[in-house]
Design a protein around this ligand. Sequence first.
Ligand code: NDP
Ligand code: 2IT
Length: 446
Amino acid sequence: MTTADAVFDLSSSIDKMNPGPLYRSAIDEVAESIAPVIRDNQKYQDARVFERLLIPDRVIRFRVEWVNDEGGVEVNLGWRIEHSNVLGPYKGGLRFHPSVTEDTLHFLAYEQCFKNALTGQPIGGGKGGSNFDPKGKSDNEVMRFCQAFMRELYRHIGPSVDVPAGDIGVGGREIGFLYGQYMKITKQRDGVLTGKPLGLGGLLGRTEATGYGTVTFAEAMLKHADESMDGKRVMISGSGNVALYAAELAIEKGAKVVSLSDSGGSVVFDKGMSSEQLEELTQYKEVERGRLKDWSGNGAEFHADKRPWSLVDADVALPCATQHEVEKDDAAALADRGVKCVAEGANMPCTHKARDIFHAKGVMFGPGKAANAGGVATSCFEMSQNASHSSWTKKQALDKLEGVMLDIHEQCLEHAPMNNGVVDYGVGADRGGFVKLADAIIAMGV
Ligand code: NDP
Ligand code: 2IT
């Protein structure tokens, strides 16, 4: 079979799934990377593993009805996509954001399977969420929404079945409310969610894990190219969980964080953000739930309605907000601003065309399924802590996280070709994850 034949086969499999645009772009990316692996392995063709991987095990879709503070009835859509449990219980976050559609969750659940495979932990892939918008809602409204969401979700999850966690719009507060409702309905306190508040069985270090992991991965990319993080100018987008802790570790490693953002605009710190500014902003974002445009900033410059990519010079970029926030022109602007290394803290923040620009300009690119895998890996440590009825220290969790990130970097190198003189981490991550999934699918039989 030729590569073209393999790719042709893949396209007909994709057509059968009839994916939406986001899922389609995630599938196309992987299909291109793994076509030669499928071509060279008759067993993957015979077992039709790629076709089987494209269709989730099941999609659960439900109505969420709740009462707002004025006594009005509100109705939202809720989902859980259980994509694959071949490597372990379905595992992946819940996203609450008005932009959430089934397509968003399909792409996230699919990416999660590859990411979770790379972690080397026994976890399958899933994702869920709702088009509920937590912004501007009171704590009581968020609590009633979470309780209503769990009223349906509880029957589908379990510590060895499906273990949800946080994602955009779902942090410790939401996980606490969701888990509280699960405990009341089922009388189980079995750790069925991860990212829990510490008093409810959460793991020290889980809050920091995704952002820290992304910086560790970026540092490994730099080291492989005989560079270091020390003194580098690091542009970051987002100012949520992933972005804030990526900034924390980057500063700790001697880098200068030169930007952060939210959906209202970007803040630029031309001389680098100080630890005091970061501490102040973390409190402002996590506790006061404030917007960047209203942050006093302590000397930072605010640019309304702008992404950071063309605003400031940098060496490293860590997109940590949302999907497709780095488009073709943004990628060119990043390269023009001096960026030599991009690592995705968010899921699929760079479009396919943006990735092509990075490769054409010799910019190293670390894909989300590798670079942001530290969050879910650490979630798996939380599952172990809960299952063994023990308490891990923060050091134990963070040391193990570092080991997992360095191992993922090695797996990428093992499977990656060179592209324009630079390691193609995107292809390396896709192939590394695919081979693990494909071999397990074959072992399971039909
Ligand atoms: P948060 O909700 O904590 O923060 C999200 C940040 O991104 C906020 O600053 C938000 O701004 C911004 N943002 C969200 N949507 C948009 C948008 N459409 N346009 C512009 N800005 C936007 O989420 P997380 O930090 O947890 O997640 C960020 C990314 O990281 C997501 O892609 C997520 O899937 C991924 N990720 C998260 C992991 C985790 O453990 N939390 C693990 C691995 C990946 P605003 O407040 O204005 O909306
Ligand atoms: O995209 C992701 O990996 C997450 N949102 C974290 C998932 C998890 O189960 O911790």
